[in-house]
Design a protein around this ligand. Sequence first.
Ligand SMILES: Cc1cc2nc3c(=O)[nH]c(=O)nc-3n(C[C@H](O)[C@H](O)[C@H](O)COP(=O)(O)OP(=O)(O)OC[C@H]3O[C@@H](n4cnc5c(N)ncnc54)[C@H](O)[C@@H]3O)c2cc1C
Length: 441
Amino acid sequence: MKICLFWHRRDLRIHDNAGLAAALASGLPVVPLFIYDQDILDYLPSKADARLTYIFDAVERLAEQTAAAGGTFLARYGQPRAVLEQLVQEFEVAAVHTNEDYEPYARERDTAVGEMLAAHGVDFFLYKDQVIFAKDDIMTKSGTVPKVFGAYHKSYLARLTDELLLPYPSADGFKADNLHRISAAQAGPRPTLADMGFERLAQYVPTADLPADAVVRNYHHTRNTPALQNGTTRISVQLRFGTLSVRQVMRQAKALNPKLLAEIIWRDFFMMLLWHYPNTATEAYDPKMRHVPYRNQEDEFRAWCEGRTGYPLVDAGMRELNATGYLPNRVRMTVAGFLVKHLFIDWRWGEKYFADKLLDYELANNVGNWQWMAGTGAVAAPWFRVYSPESQLAQVDPELKYVKRWVPEVGTNRYPAPIVDHKFARDRAVAAIRAARIAAS
Ligand SMILES: Cc1cc2nc3c(=O)[nH]c(=O)nc-3n(C[C@H](O)[C@H](O)[C@H](O)COP(=O)(O)OP(=O)(O)OC[C@H]3O[C@@H](n4cnc5c(N)ncnc54)[C@H](O)[C@@H]3O)c2cc1C
């Protein structure tokens, strides 16, 4: 019997899923699939990874939901192209449906998969699902890539109709009539974490629910107070792995809080920029910032990583990140600014450290924000701006509630003196960057 596969990637949900809805409406019985990508797993920094644990639990939930609806969920471990090639030989696969992914690695992978499938006479369909506007959906009036967030945001809002936020009917179509059941022997076992050489690490488990309306309503008042547990929505992990749909989240934000809506639009913006400029994953967008003589002192980098810089807000942030895999945006900005300006360490070192530690790690958002802080990006803070970590502390945590949660020894003689003087560090970075920019022009 001819079937089609729906390949889940960053969309680990049945509801409101563009590609899954299309597969279910295609007339061919659907077999949902997840591939644990060996190429990605081999690069994880530790064999106990909270993100893989989160993915594993979400995949197992999908498998249970598929069985309850009368179908069979396949999960395999390996290189996606090879796994898919094997599946099209095992089953009579007429088409593979999946949602678009805009990262450089994913684009290369999907091109290779598409070519392999075409060689086997199998159709390959990709759908926009994880963002509302992608690629060149929104361009400037003169047809160039938008690089000013304000103008992009304005065009975005002008086009953001309620229809675009309607859910795709994937949950309605997810029933035995549209699914294909395979015998357990033919489907094979789903890999466990241990099969893949990993251990469970449930470091911080976000709920799969939307944030409470009260959190969303107060967001603009509370987002810069890191001591509050619910000061921000904490939906980034769900958005990263698609356990929540961005349309759901946007509907709520659009109805209740324009500031939150704008923050979610930053996510589309950075994904759009990375799609246009894939080189910026590893190099400064601004050519004048490509030869900045960063100091890259290993011992100072370690002090930053471990939260031992003598600047309480920086240290609290790094310790929260290490312990939980999460950090509120305001503190991400503080620790990133401190690394690239005060310690004058290459933003790529910080980007990599965040990539290893953040549960919501997302290449476009991480690179986009790091390049913003370093002043190197397509959109960026002015390169000569150096925020004082002390003034930021006074603004966001004047009573040291957040700091004391993570750095209990602050104010005692067990707490180190500042690793570098703010004014000295600021002048050092600004002078070095200015010279590098002059040399490059
Ligand atoms: C140096 C640095 C690195 C970052 N790395 C990542 C990353 O790897 N993955 C990631 O998802 N976000 C990243 N961010 C953006 C932001 O800090 C997080 O999305 C946010 O803190 C997640 O918490 P939240 O869900 O409670 O966010 P909220 O403040 O409640 O915002 C809701 C959602 O809006 C989006 N959003 C908010 N702020 C931003 C922003 N500045 N840029 C892009 N999208 C945003 C996110 O999807 C977020 O989940 C980074 C920011 C900085 C300064």
